[in-house]
Design a protein around this ligand. Structure first.
Ligand SMILES: Nc1ncnc2c1ncn2[C@@H]1O[C@H](COP(=O)(O)OP(=O)(O)OP(=O)(O)O)[C@@H](O)[C@H]1O
Ligand SMILES: [Mg+2]
Length: 347
């Protein structure tokens, strides 16, 4: 019997905006022989049914580890310490803390409730079985009473694979990277998850396939009212797909907001810097874009090497002495927006 949590007194309860998943003060550390790596350091986020939250930030900021922590999808050899809560609202409306579950209890949530698309589809497909066999296997574990071959073909068609009756007999190595990524998505969707975590699902794809994949994700999401955590470096993709955005820096969330507000009126200097180093449009030469690409100076800090005050301060153009003195907490304003900067109002 799973332990459920009574959130009667929580401010979001009882209204139609109750979160499907809420992370509260998530902290994840890797205990390595050399050191303790604090990869995620107090992340709180909430995602509602049907909503897409984009998680952005530079390499190493803790995006993947945040996502992996939700379902504890770490490598067997990793020594990981996780604290905080990952509150999941199940189909009966009960709230369950995924972080408090035993491994065997958590297994029932993986795939069926929460699907995960990894950046590298090659690593997730078995090279010795046809893709049809692998999709059917997923279908048979999670569903029953349907002709799984027909369903598998339909799923391949849904994710835009041409000639699915023939492709179903292909082995992974006979498909292109883009096709393998779609097969992975088909396998994930076979379980009809209520929540999809997509960790850089388009990074390995060329731009045309990337655009198709993004369209596909949006369509599928709308059709099934599926919520999504979409992880990316690419702020251009964010505006195509997300409702809300959380920006991560050195293991912490530094800004959250509605996608239009955050991309048009960023508050945190790091979000501004990320937007300023976004590539400008390259077509329409007769209408030159005046923007200049400005790279962010310096590098993100290594774990254990973060500054006493604001973690971004050493790289920030707006930094003052006060920024270096004490840790900066996340300030919540307008109900759901937040920013971790002492000077954001004056900047
Ligand atoms: N298995 C591990 N053992 C030790 N440290 C790890 C492990 N996995 C991740 N880390 C560290 O945790 C931090 C966050 O890594 P994470 O993979 O979440 O970054 P990311 O934001 O997803 O980056 P990218 O955009 O490159 O995928 C990094 O400092 C990384 O080196
Ligand atoms: Mg990552």
């Amino acid at each position: 019997m799973l332990k459920t949590i009574d959130l009667k007194n929580h401010p979001t309860q009882g209204c139609d905006t109750e979160p499907l998943l809420e992370l509260r003060d998530l902290r994840t550390q890797f205990i390595t022989p050399q050191s303790v790596v604090s990869a995620v350091d107090g992340v709180s986020l909430s995602i509602r049914p049907g909503q897409t939250m984009a998680l952005v930030g530079e390499s190493g900021s803790g995006k993947s580890v945040t996502a992996l922590s939700i379902l504890r999808l770490f490598n067997r050899g990793d020594k990981v310490k996780i604290s905080g809560q990952a509150l999941w609202k199940n189909r009966q409306g009960q709230v369950i803390d995924l972080l408090a579950l035993q491994e065997n209890e958590l297994r029932t949530f993986r795939g069926r409730e929460i699907g995960f698309v990894f950046q590298d589809p090659g690593a997730s497909l078995n090279p010795v079985f046809t893709i049809g066999a692998q999709i059917r296997e997923t279908l048979e574990i999670h569903q029953s009473n349907e002709d799984s071959s027909l369903l598998a073909i339909q799923l391949l068609r849904d994710v835009g694979i041409a000639d699915p009756d023939r492709r179903i007999n292909a082995f992974p190595h006979q498909l292109s990277g883009g096709m393998r990524q779609r097969v992975m998505l088909a396998m994930t969707l076979a379980c009809q998850p209520r929540f999809l975590i997509a960790d850089e699902p388009t990074t390995a794809l060329d731009v045309t396939i990337q655009a198709q994949m993004m369209r596909l994700l949006s369509e599928i999401q709308e059709k099934h009212n599926m919520a999504m955590l979409f992880i990316t470096h690419d702020l251009a993709l964010v505006s195509q797909i997300a409702d809300r955005v959380a920006v991560m820096y050195a293991g912490q969330v530094v800004e959250t907001g509605n996608v239009h507000e955050l991309t048009n009126h960023p508050k945190h200097p790091y979000t501004k810097a990320l937007l300023d180093c976004r590539p400008i449009r390259l077509y329409k030469e007769d209408e030159p874009d005046e923007r200049i690409l400005i790279p962010i100076k310096g590098r993100p800090p290594r774990s254990g090497d973060v500054s006493m005050g604001c973690r971004f301060a050493p790289r920030c153009n707006a930094q003052k002495d006060i920024c270096m003195q004490n840790p900066v907490s996340l300030e919540i304003f307008s109900g759901a927006e937040s920013v971790r900067c002492l000077r954001w109002r004056e900047l």
